[in-house]
Design a protein around this ligand. Structure first.
Ligand SMILES: NC(=O)C1=CN([C@@H]2O[C@H](COP(=O)(O)OP(=O)(O)OC[C@H]3O[C@@H](n4cnc5c(N)ncnc54)[C@H](OP(=O)(O)O)[C@@H]3O)[C@@H](O)[C@H]2O)[C@@H](O)CC1
Ligand SMILES: [K+]
Length: 547
């Protein structure tokens, strides 16, 4: 599934209308219909709470008819049929643009189901133009009641639900005037809100929420998923997002320059060529599945290395060698018997020493990937140490934690270019240091920032957090949706580093390994959450055990 910006969406709209010759009003009709269908489905779910399931009922009815030997059956448009329609009374908040036009079309379809609708115009209806004006006239010809905000009496307490069709992808800046007042009133009404395309007040690209912004229960996103619906806080404002087709062909998307994908099993398999079943060869042996070298851990942060190493093993690589300061050895020996340990010297206090670089370079010659950073700490001449690894290690590099902080303090674009890929796995704070911006700026548009940085630096970025973003040097991005808030716990990132390294060692390319690693990590987190009484109880080791 593609994720688009407002600009790309406008291009896709335009191409469909101009090149394919599909009238704009037809797209708007489709939009109105799918929005109405989702509202009907929502009303049905509400009506059925604790009651009979309408779909079952229909099936039972069909069975009865079949038993009675009926030869001919006919039924109404199920998607727009509602048993308890008379109990529903919806307000349709209508803006001036095409988003408002979608709302007006939806209002007509809702009325057809028997739901009472009242149009609430944010601006005088005379100011609507184009297709939205056609919809206004059709609604008026059907006799749909309408009020104009600020002119007529309006009581939101009298409705059973609100359709927000105030602002869509054409909105600019914070909602103004009547729009802002209607949004605030809708939010404080306590009524269920369905948003057309995006919640009004949301930045469709970045996911920033303006003041005020609609807080929807359901957002019926039209044609293509908008980026802002996947980025927080926009994701929270959107509620349950339903993407519905309105007649804009998906095949146009690549031409529009869309390079961002939702990380679904289908994208992993069909687009990235990942074998989700992770089939293993019957003839395989430990050498078949690759060997990870991990440079991690100090005496005070030995757990980070242990978590990474164990996660790498559980993610399926054949062998893991953990290179660590000598002082750690007595504490670690026996804690994970499957691991190979490599003593690379180090300082008396159990920290790393830059002199370890020659041993690491030697070890890396017999390994398939080097992961560096978890629990590494900082040490004298660590920048030169990392530069030697960057320039001398002849296999893929995964860089995390303190190794990212080393990178952030230097202009590593001056370092010799590498033959093998580099994956950086920052959390937003580390990303901010790398990019020289504030954490708030990173959070403002995670997708855009990660894409820009990855392309500029020729590396793969895994920007962690809710909806982790994987951005490639070629300018593509993948947004993950697996995972769980309970995964916000110390060591979860170390586990991910081990997993991505493991997948690289098994022969996946950097995009496959980063994307699949993130996806599996999230799934394991979900599984761990189900196994605990409360997700807050998840610790990083649970994620490894759930792999
Ligand atoms: N055929 C198509 O094109 C299709 C379009 N589709 C639908 O159209 C939507 C995009 O429609 P759109 O481009 O007309 O913009 P839209 O979001 O309705 O609002 C723009 C109007 O609002 C105003 N305004 C702007 N910012 C404001 C603010 N901060 N505070 C207050 N007012 C503000 C601004 O008025 P102005 O201030 O400029 O006079 C402008 O006129 C899209 O999301 C989807 O729902 C789909 O059905 C598919 C087919
Ligand atoms: K809207």
């Amino acid at each position: 599934m593609y994720l688009v910006t407002a600009e790309q969406m406008r291009w896709l709209d335009g191409e469909t209308i101009q090149r394919l010759g599909i009238p704009a009003i037809a797209l708007m009709e489709n939009a109105g219909r799918v929005i109405a269908e989702e509202i009907v489905a929502l009303c049905r779910r509400r009506g059925e709470e604790g009651g009979r399931n309408a779909a079952d009922g229909e099936d039972a009815g069909l069975k009865d008819a079949a038993l009675a030997g009926a030869a001919f059956q006919v039924s109404a448009d199920h998607a727009l049929t509602l048993d308890n329609a008379a109990a529903e009374r919806w307000l349709i908040l209508v803006g001036k643009g095409n988003n408002g036009g979608d709302g007006l079309a939806a209002a007509r379809y809702l009325r057809e189901t028997g739901i009472a609708v009242t149009l609430v115009y944010a601006v005088p209806p005379e100011s609507l133009s184009g297709e939205a004006a056609l919809q206004r006239d059709a609604a008026a010809a059907m006799g749909l009641p309408a009020v104009v905000y600020g002119r007529d009496r309006l009581d939101l307490a009298e409705c059973s639900g609100i359709l927000d069709a105030l602002l869509g992808t054409g909105a600019a800046g914070a909602p103004r005037g009547a729009y802002a007042e209607l949004i605030a009133a809708a939010n404080s009404s306590g009524k269920v809100i369905v948003s057309a395309d995006i919640p009004s007040g949301l930045n469709a690209d970045t996911g920033e929420t303006h003041e005020p912004c609609i807080h929807a229960s359901v957002t019926v996103c039209l044609a293509f998923l908008k980026r802002g619906l996947l980025q927080y806080p926009g994701s929270s404002a959107a509620g349950h997002v339903k993407v519905r087709a309105i007649g804009i062909p998906t095949s146009l998307a690549p031409e529009s320059g869309v390079q961002v994908y939702l990380l679904t099993p289908e994208v992993l398999h069909a687009h990235l060529g990942v074998d989700l079943a992770r089939r293993r060869s019957p003839e395989g042996h430990k050498g078949t599945y690759g060997h990870v070298l991990l440079a991690a851990g100090t005496l005070r942060m030995s757990g980070a290395g242990l978590l990474s190493a164990r996660a790498a093993l559980r993610a399926g690589c054949g062998l893991v060698t953990w290179a660590l300061p000598q002082k750690l050895l007595p504490a670690i020996i026996g804690s994970a018997p499957e691991l190979m340990l490599a003593d690379v010297g180090g300082n008396e206090d159990g920290t790393w020493h830059a002199g370890s670089v020659s041993e690491l370079l030697k070890l890396s010659k017999e390994r398939d990937v080097l992961a560096v950073g978890p629990g590494l700490g900082r040490f004298e001449s660590d920048t030169e140490w990392l530069r030697h690894l960057w320039e001398g290690v002849d296999c893929p590099l995964v860089i995390d934690a303190d190794a990212l902080n080393i990178l952030a303090e230097t202009d590593y674009k001056d370092w010799a270019s590498r033959r093998h890929p580099v994956i950086l796995t920052p959390h937003p704070g580390e990303m901010a240091r790398l990019a020289g911006v504030t954490t708030a700026e990173v959070k403002r548009d995670r997708i855009g920032l990660a894409m820009g940085y990855a392309k500029d630096h020729g590396i793969t970025i895994v920007l962690k957090g809710a909806h982790t973003v994987i951005a490639t040097p070629e300018g593509q991005a993948y947004v993950n949706t697996t995972g769980h808030p309970g995964m916000g716990t110390g060591g979860a990132g170390d586990v991910l580093t081990g997993m991505i390294s493991s997948l690289l060692a098994q022969g996946m390319n950097e995009t496959q390994a980063a994307a699949f690693g993130v996806y599996l990590h999230g799934l394991a987190g979900e599984r761990a959450a189900r196994q605990r009484n409360n997700p807050a109880a998840i610790i990083a080791g649970d994620i490894i055990e759930a792999l």
